[in-house]
Design a protein around this ligand. Sequence first.
Ligand SMILES: N[C@@H](CCC(=O)N[C@@H](CS)C(=O)NCC(=O)O)C(=O)O
Length: 245
Amino acid sequence: MLTLYSFGPAANSLKPMLALYEKQLEFVPRFLDPVKFEQHEEWYKKINPRGQVPALEHDGRIITESTVICEYLEDVFPQQNPLRPRDPFDTAQMRIWTKWVDEYFCWCVSTLAWERLIGPMARKLSDEEFEAKVKRIPVPEQQAKWRSARAGFSKQVLEEELRKVRTSVEKLESRLGESEWLACSHYTLADICNFAIANGMERTFPELVNASATPHLVAWIRRINERPAAQKMFANAKREQFITN
Ligand SMILES: N[C@@H](CCC(=O)N[C@@H](CS)C(=O)NCC(=O)O)C(=O)O
């Protein structure tokens, strides 16, 4: 049995969720509500001691780290719609793209999203309420990030992260101008993991991602959104999230 703990189909949570849908694997979706800081509750820290989503439970064993979960699903269910290339060179290209999203692309987008979304949410809490929430966060670096978001990141940090977002967008646009998919001639985990971060950027970074500035990136985002697996994931998640929360 497979259970996926997530915030729903966005960011790191989207990676294993879309992989599950693409592979047509049945799983139990467990949605956590970030507004209620559910990821820091004791019951969930027993599942992921880092207090973060996503986490996959497979027959009573837990796997964390979004990209690792995706590769785990490939290892355990290799026959079902493979999302990892057969050719070792193509697999290496796929891993270069998933490493890049995990170590670079994800972080600059994340800091700007925290400034815009988490900051205002954290400022709604009194100092006492906020400190009580922060105390439950198990990773010191995450505690610091919550504090920075509440105080507002410095102008210098925001400018540097925006520069990295711009660089990331240029890199994706350039690659997608020469190839339909990121790693090789077909759709792989490289596309899923980068789509997890890029989806929605037309709305959140309209000055950087739009049909005239980045036509190939926009077309790739559309192509993935139009896949039956993605459509089913978004439709189901809307309903299931509503029921769970
Ligand atoms: N490296 C981890 C990062 C996980 C992560 O940053 N999760 C975010 C959501 S996208 C989270 O749980 N944030 C809530 C928090 O840190 O309190 C992965 O890829 O799974």
